[in-house]
Design a protein around this ligand. Structure first.
Ligand code: PLP
Length: 456
């Protein structure tokens, strides 16, 4: 076995890490990489034997917790039986057919088919192509623009990265791609006028969306993509009435709705899907993360009846559906997903996320809502956020140089708790595995509170 210093050195000299300040890492300013060596339940362990509660489920994905042997065994069984075959030209496996049947039955909207990829980013890239394909096939080739929201997060590839509504994901990368537009974020705390109710704020955001559609020309707008609960942009549940107002506008202009359920799907919000919770009826649904709880890479672009009917109808005219990856519908990924969804069902993790989630929000508000530096405590299910401000009366933000969120997150980590300083603003994000208990919630909230007091 190689020693930790050699691992750190090899890593530092050869790995290009995502979302890492390259110079600070290269020069050792941000320390050595954390060598993650194992995981069990809601905890991970590093190579030096330090244990951390993972209050963020990896990247909001390890819903069933770490170290589930049922999933490891399902993966191994499939690898022994058939490690790989493709799904081009109508090849399949038992695991994949079983998974697809399951997903089509459980997905929100009128689901018809599932196209498989490996990441949320590539699934959203597929969604964009499906929107373009659909509109080309039905004789509306101009109807291609896609609207997403400021602070939405949809991935990092060319189109999904353009859909992502935070400029630091675009800067120096040549994004956004033309034809991807952004509309206002539905965050009442920051966006509402004084005295404006959630409902009228929602109406205003819907009116802004309508203005954008009309300004661009409805014949040019193909789809609207959104997370039911805004995730990486700040863990922000929608204001009351938002989804009903937005869907009325989309229907008026024949604009498809893509629900990006990459975080919300499979129980994170305490419902099976965020769309179910908020009464959304999407035409296309993106799933990833919780689908395999991170045990194997897998994503899905779930295609609703309305879009699929046009695709099948045009097939005699246009030939084969020419889109797919070597690893679309990978049999090991499908086996992992089936084993994960079995656990989600058997352990009723969606209901758990709802009840333990209520306790979590109660505890979070109890501890944080009264603090002078806390502007808002928010969330739903097992998604939570605390937003820090320098002055809660005027909502003045802290000087970004103070890096308040990052420092609290670091202090929590030093105490053995992983919570995420969200990339936008001074926001601490929580998304523990859905198997978390109330006692563990107490631990998480108390550790986060002590870390906050230590820094501020
Ligand atoms: N969509 C949402 C809502 C996400 O949160 C993410 C990742 O965090 C993605 C898409 C992109 O997924 P991936 O990182 O697997 O490409």
């Amino acid at each position: 076995m190689i020693d930790v210093n050699t691992i750190a050195e090899r890593d530092r000299s050869t790995v290009l890490h995502p979302f890492t300040q390259l110079k600070d890492f290269a020069t050792g300013k941000i320390g050595d990489p954390t060598i993650v060596a194992g995981g069990k339940g809601i905890r991970i362990e590093d190579a030096q034997g330090r244990s951390y509660i993972d209050g963020f489920a990896g990247l909001y994905c390890v819903n069933i917790g770490y170290g589930r042997t049922e999933v490891a065994e399902a993966i191994a069984r499939q690898a022994y039986k058939l490690a790989y075959y493709h799904t081009y030209a109508a090849h399949t496996t038992e695991e994949l057919a079983t998974l697809s049947d399951r997903l089509v039955r459980m997905a929100p909207g009128k689901a018809s088919k599932v196209f498989y990829g490996l990441s949320g980013s590539d699934a959203n890239e597929t969604q964009a192509k499906l929107v373009w394909y659909y509109n080309n096939l039905r004789g509306q080739p101009k109807k291609k623009k896609i609207i997403s929201r400021e602070r939405g997060y949809h991935g990092c590839s060319v189109i999904s990265g353009s859909m992502t509504g935070m400029s630091f994901y675009h800067d120096y990368m040549g994004l956004p791609f033309p034809g991807i537009l952004h509309t206002g974020t539905p965050h009442h705390y920051w966006g509402a006028e004084p005295g404006e109710t959630q409902e009228s704020f929602s109406r205003r955001r819907a009116a802004e969306l309508e203005e954008l559609i009309v300004r661009e020309g409805p014949e040019t707008i193909g789809a609207f993509i959104a997370e039911p609960v805004l995730g990486t942009g700040g863990i922000t549940p929608p204001p009351a009435g938002y989804w009903s107002e937005i869907q009325t506008v989309l229907r008026r202009y024949d604009v498809l709705l893509i629900a990006d359920e990459v975080i919300c799907g499979f129980g994170r919000t305490g419902a099976d899907f965020g769309s179910t919770l908020y009464g959304m009826e999407p035409d296309l649904v993106t799933v990833a993360k919780g689908l395999t709880s991170g045990y194997f890479p897998l994503s899905g672009a779930i295609v609703g009846e309305r879009v699929y009917a046009v695709m099948e109808e045009a097939a005699d005219r246009v030939g084969a559906f020419s889109h797919g990856y070597t690893y679309s519908g990978h049999p090991i990924a499908a086996a992992a997903a089936n084993a994960v969804l079995d656990i989600v069902e058997k352990e009723r993790l969606i209901g758990r996320a709802r009840t333990v989630g209520s306790y979590f929000h109660l505890r979070l508000r109890e501890r944080f809502a009264q603090l002078e530096i806390v502007g808002e405590v928010r969330g739903v299910g097992l998604l939570g956020a605390i937003e820090f401000v320098a002055d809660r009366q005027t909502k003045r933000r802290f000087d970004p140089e103070l890096k308040v969120g990052a420092r609290i997150s670091k202090a929590a980590r030093d105490r053995g708790l992983i919570i995420r300083a969200m990339p936008h603003g001074d926001i601490l994000g929580f998304a523990p595995p859905l198997v978390v208990t109330e006692t563990e919630i107490d631990e998480i909230v108390d550790m986060a509170y002590r870390a906050t007091k230590q820094v501020m």
